[in-house]
Design a protein around this ligand. Structure first.
Ligand SMILES: Cc1cc2nc3c(=O)[nH]c(=O)nc-3n(C[C@H](O)[C@H](O)[C@H](O)COP(=O)(O)OP(=O)(O)OC[C@H]3O[C@@H](n4cnc5c(N)ncnc54)[C@H](O)[C@@H]3O)c2cc1C
Length: 483
């Protein structure tokens, strides 16, 4: 936006009134604000339905909270991201940007769980599934899971069945906390640590005691108790930026979306003639529909008066941090693609060597969710804490040289899934005609995930298409039925 011509064909205002006429000439024009997964999805879905779309992103890249950056020869993800087979919307997104092969799923759920609680040594357990129907698919794995006693395993089975019976549509679930529910259903502190939190902290970004029962039940029912393959894990074998920036950009370009990065929207307003004015530095864009796909605090700042009954709810949605610890060794110290651990502050560890472009040695990324206690710790303190822990977990790390150690901090990685958060999350429609909300934090029923972001983008596009009188393209919205 510095020279006279912009790649989207918009020209800096020369008329003196600062208004682009684009939205009022031929076809319907939608402006999507925010180029995270929610905004990219909304833009693609609207463009696929024949709407003229402009996507505006404040940063120099697309991908929002799931991005990559360069550190010397390494391409680093800001945070390890995984998805599950049940994330049908994110899988639709991967397909749509032609990225599925770059972020494959495991054939079958298989999570190595290394326990170093006992001084006598390390013990490896696995959470795996069989090709049996639900809930038997997890039966054998649970029956042989070495990190719980026989009695604890039996009680886990009973709690899982009780969880399966919960009605996710019951709003009362959101008001309760998952930790109390687990205690009431006979779960010991060890069972919570070694099983429920192992999965829950990584997916909800909160320990059970801080999480809404509604969101936790949704995650466990959908992931572990719906379809045998639902919890098979997928992750990008390339940097996230390759998917969410480069390939997304390519798909947007081919769909005819005009994408503007480094373009921060400063205000939006409703015009008397029924269109919207979207203000970016130096000019105003006109649109028939606007999708606001920015984080909740930014959305609150941009929403016009009267657009929501209780706009203050957006500011009441809390946030939760995720810390990633990155370690480059001079040699291979981990023989698996990933593992998770008990009895140590280390949560999940992924081998990022190939994806990062590292040619020699091994690069591990530690994903530390619900990191409220250490998100502000200095790098030196984290180094002192995590390198000895990795040596405890991985004998091969004991003699290895650490070639690089750094951390990435995402202080507002997700919304906090606290009890009661459900009533604060608005849906896609606002009271202002033609203005829609998207973002992982909106009312998708999912915790703050890539799946939630994509679902929200589809919902916003769906609502906008409805109002613009455009038919829904059938192929866009059938991901919910996809296996
Ligand atoms: C470290 C980390 C690990 C995670 N791990 C996982 C995981 O394993 N699995 C998973 O599913 N999810 C994970 N998540 C969550 C996931 O990344 C997010 O839920 C998802 O990416 C959110 O997408 P979004 O589009 O809703 O919002 P965002 O990604 O926040 O996108 C909003 C965009 O709006 C832009 N913007 C803001 N204001 C303006 C403005 N005024 N004008 C123009 N643009 C603006 C921002 O720059 C941003 O690009 C993780 C997140 C983090 C940070």
């Amino acid at each position: 936006m510095t020279d006279g011509t912009r790649p989207d064909g918009l020209h800096p205002d020369t008329s003196g009134d600062g208004v682009q006429e684009r939205g009022t000439r031929g076809g319907r024009h939608a402006v999507v604000i925010g180029g995270g997964l929610a905004g990219i999805t909304a833009a693609l879905a609207l463009a696929d339905a024949g709407v003229r779309v402009t996507l505006l992103e404040g940063r120099p890249r697309l991908g929002g909270l799931a991005f990559s950056f360069q550190r010397g020869e390494l391409t680093v993800d800001n945070g390890q991201h995984v998805y599950l087979r049940c994330c049908t919307a994110y899988r639709w997104f991967l397909d749509r940007i032609e990225g599925t092969a770059l972020a494959p799923l495991q054939d079958r759920l298989d999570v190595p769980v290394l326990d170093v609680t006992k001084p006598e040594g390390r013990r490896l357990g696995r959470l795996r599934r069989d090709a049996l129907p639900v809930p038997l698919h997890l039966g054998r794995s649970l029956a042989t899971y070495p990190h719980l006693s026989l009695a604890e395993r039996a009680k886990v089975g009973r709690a899982a069945l009780a969880l399966k019976g919960l009605d996710l549509a019951d709003p009362a679930l959101d008001a309760q906390d998952f930790g109390s529910w687990l205690t009431a259903h006979g779960q010991s502190a060890r069972a919570v640590e070694a099983l429920w939190d192992l999965v829950g902290v990584a997916t909800l970004n909160a320990v059970a005691g801080d999480a809404s029962l509604g969101l936790a039940a949704m995650v466990f029912k959908t992931g572990l108790l719906s379809d045998p393959g639902a919890a098979d894990i997928g992750w990008a074998r390339v940097p996230l930026g390759e998917l969410h920036d480069r390939l997304a950009r390519k798909a947007l370009d081919s769909a005819g979306v005009r994408t503007e990065v480094r373009t921060r929207v400063t205000s939006i307003s409703y015009d008397e003639n029924g269109t919207w004015s979207v203000q970016v530095p130096g000019e105003t864009l006109r649109a028939d529909a606007v999708v606001l796909a920015v984080p909740q605090r930014e959305a609150h700042g941009l929403l016009p008066d009267g657009a929501l009954d209780a706009p203050e709810h957006l500011l009441e949605i809390g946030t939760a941090p995720i810390l990633n610890v990155h370690v480059v060794y001079d040699r291979t110290v981990l023989a698996r693609p990933f593992f998770t651990a008990l009895g140590t502050p280390v949560q999940w560890v992924f081998d990022r060597t190939e994806a990062s472009g590292l040619r020699e040695g091994q690069y591990l990324a530690l994903s530390q969710s619900a990191a409220q206690d250490e998100i502000e710790e200095p790098v030196a303190v984290l180094r002192e804490r995590y390198l000895p822990e990795l040596e405890r977990l991985l004998p091969g790390a004991r003699g290895a040289e650490v070639r690089d150690f750094f951390v990435t901090r995402e202080r507002t990685a997700t919304f906090a899934p606290t009890p009661g958060v459900g009533r604060l999350r608005p849906g896609a429609r606002t009271k202002a005609p033609g203005l829609y909300l998207a973002g992982a934090w909106t009312a998708t029923g999912w915790p703050a995930t890539m799946e939630s972001a994509v679902r929200s983008g589809v919902s916003a596009a769906d609502a906008a298409l409805n109002a613009l009188g455009r038919p829904r393209p059938r192929h866009l919205f059938d991901f919910e039925e996809a296996a």
